[in-house]
Ligand binder design. Structure first.
Ligand SMILES: [Zn+2]
Length: 70
């Protein structure tokens, strides 16, 4: 799959959005369906559809474009 940048027409390279937690634990950012369901203990994502986010970066201008195929 190849994409071109919507801003400048440059070539896009595929990557992921990485999240670093305490202790340097690595996690991939996910897309979660619906509005945020905030609870007193945090964020509830029970029963929601979750997809891994792919992020494409333009090698020319640095623009990021995210997709969550599924
Ligand atoms: Zn670009």
């Amino acid at each position: 799959m190849s994409k071109s940048c919507g801003k400048c027409g440059g070539r896009m390279d595929q990557g992921i959005l990485l999240e670093l937690k305490d202790g340097n634990q690595k996690a991939i950012t996910e897309w979660v369906e619906g509005a945020p369901d905030k609870k007193w203990w945090g964020l509830s994502i029970r029963g929601k559809r979750r997809l891994t986010v792919e992020s494409w970066r333009c090698g020319r201008c640095g623009y990021l474009e995210s997709y969550a195929p599924g």
